[in-house]
Design a protein around this ligand. Structure first.
Ligand SMILES: Nc1ncnc2c1ncn2[C@@H]1O[C@H](COP(=O)(O)OP(=O)(O)OP(=O)(O)O)[C@@H](O)[C@H]1O
Ligand SMILES: Nc1nc2c(ncn2[C@@H]2O[C@H](COP(=O)(O)O)[C@@H](O)[C@H]2O)c(=O)[nH]1
Length: 185
């Protein structure tokens, strides 16, 4: 499981991992957030409305879920169960509250925290992505402070100073003879 503050590069590093290792399965979350330009329903997220998200919760269809910066995000549990059954490496990219829920439910899951080289670099990456208005960037950066303070709760901290290097480190963890990043329920 991979967490880290908004803008640190989780999506970028996961995409690099997928390019190099198509055998690694990456969970597709459900979210009530609106799609960004270029995001595809069913690929980047399952984009759902509030009522559908409520239904997923009520049906016990989510492994974990959290509200983050005004939207809800959750991991559909059925595909994760299917991957665990098939023995294929699985990767969840989720924020801190969700990571804590997975830890409580699956203590053997490996939690990796992706950290920025510096606070200034994090601010610059989030602003440089340009996908949120300034007020939303500020909100995400306020959450990021608390997320950085939580890095000690994670099993491993990987610094995203270079995408290829960070992806290599993550792949090493995924393929290590351990439960990897797979939450085993
Ligand atoms: N190692 C790196 N060096 C420089 N820029 C990077 C690096 N990794 C990612 N970036 C850039 O930082 C920006 C944020 O990356 P990305 O969207 O992957 O972050 P994220 O952690 O997934 O954010 P969020 O949680 O908000 O979705 C992007 O513009 C990306 O190109
Ligand atoms: N708890 C969960 N967090 C998730 C999930 N899917 C994504 N995320 C995290 O949300 C924030 C914001 O994502 P963004 O796409 O709007 O930038 C980020 O930290 C993601 O990792 C999930 O299923 N559960």
């Amino acid at each position: 499981m991979l967490s880290g503050p908004s803008g640190v590069g989780k999506g970028t590093v996961v995409a690099e991992v997928r390019r190099r290792h198509p055998d690694v399965w990456v969970s597709v979350s459900a979210t009530t957030r609106r799609p960004r330009p270029g995001e595809v329903d069913g690929v980047h997220y399952h984009f759902v409305d509030e009522a559908e998200f409520d239904r997923l919760i009520a049906a016990d269809g989510l492994l974990e879920w959290a509200e983050y910066a005004g939207n809800r995000y959750g991991t559909p549990v059925a595909p994760v169960r299917a991957q665990l059954a098939s023995g294929r490496p699985a990767l969840l990219e989720i924020e801190l509250q969700g990571a804590r829920q997975v830890r409580a439910r699956a203590p053997e899951a490996q939690l990796v925290f992706l950290a920025p080289p510096s606070w200034a670099e994090l601010v610059s990456r989030l602003a440089g992505r340009g996908s949120e208005p300034a007020a939303v960037q500020e909100r995400r950066l306020a959450i990021a402070q608390a997320e950085l303070d939580s890095s000690g709760e994670f099993d491993v901290v990987v610094v995203n100073d270079d995408v290829a290097r960070a992806a290599d480190e993550l792949v090493g963890l995924l393929t290590a003879p351990s439960p990897g990043l797979v939450p085993g329920e």
